[in-house]
Design a protein around this ligand. Sequence first.
Ligand SMILES: *Cc1c(COP(=O)(O)O)cnc(C)c1O
Length: 409
Amino acid sequence: MKREQLLELANKYGSPLYVYDTDKIASQYNRLTNAFSGVKNLKLNYAVKALSNINILKFFKNLGAGLDTVSIQEVELGLTTGIDPRNIIYTPNGVSLKEIEDAVELGVQINIDNLSILEQFGQKHPEVPVCVRINPHIMAGGNSKISVGHIDSKFGISIHQVPHIKRVVENTGMNINGIHMHTGSDILDIDTFLRATEILFDVAKQFENIEFIDFGSGFKVPYKEGDISTDIEQLGIQLSERFNEFCKEIGKEITLMFEPGKFLVSEAGVFLAKVNVVKQTTSTVFAHVDSGFNHLVRPMMYNSYHHITNISNPDGKDRYYSVVGYICETDTFGSNRRISEISEEDILCFHNAGAYCFSMASNYNSRYLPAEVMLVDGQDYLIRKRQTLKDILNNQEVVSLPKKEEVTA
Ligand SMILES: *Cc1c(COP(=O)(O)O)cnc(C)c1O
């Protein structure tokens, strides 16, 4: 995205503002498809939770992607695009049997991640095919909060409990049509990934009606210059070969699935905020922007790095800043960052703001959620209006409280 265009958009739609470039989304999608072109049946399900605006979901539908959903609301959002429910996989964690039944009613593929619900579901609905989420106990992921495949993780059914799954299948007559894993975000090392896939192949072999294996996601994208990212092309070559071998072994062409979020949308998004105040203290220069962790929580929640540039003054002298928000508690986007000299009213650009940024935003401090803009072939479309006070008051009931005299009487 060009700096001049971003400045124009900040001017046109106001700040703070999220902007998503669909060209980048499409190129990431094509990169992944090309990397696995050696596999006959490939299905990419976009992880809705990364960025869930319905126009983004529609864009993915048009690319030919399916959707990976983690709540019944995400399923419903997905269905508003007119996508075939069979192209949606529902992968919740710790939800009620009722919510899973509701998803089945909507026609989507369900994925169950605990033995208790698997058994209850199998007894009631033996005719509905089910995918099971396996925890292969591989330690992966960028940090302990986003690593979900290790032994103490709350996700999936332990690989050691596969005999128990088979017993449930025998007892209920249910049908396992898919095997799934999702070991965490920010996987760098493709050998780790391949080790986990061997474990899945071993499990898949034990269920004769298997139609697909879903390898989840966790591809790492660069957040700053020099960052290493997952070598998708290399992974594609190695995993495709192994997957094709496996299909031969079991004597049928099953589907290879992935469900990436971050890989597809992280780099496609930027967040624009305006500098309200530049404050020099004894040791630090603070740049306070018209936003905070209410709009972009990843730095405060996961210590995530988001590269920050001053698009109003790209050629200024570099100085060191702490970029902070306006929320009334510690609210740091980046400390000691080298940024081109900042003046009040400059627009700062936060990079990699496509994934887990708007979708994690809140109304904390009763601030409005930002507007969202989508670029299609360079043309800008407003895809979410900025909130107003009406949105904050919506659903709040005004009750008439008893008068003070009545209470004390
Ligand atoms: C969050 C999630 C994903 C997407 O992970 P990314 O790191 O954004 O690619 C995929 N599958 C499941 C089940 C998830 O919960």
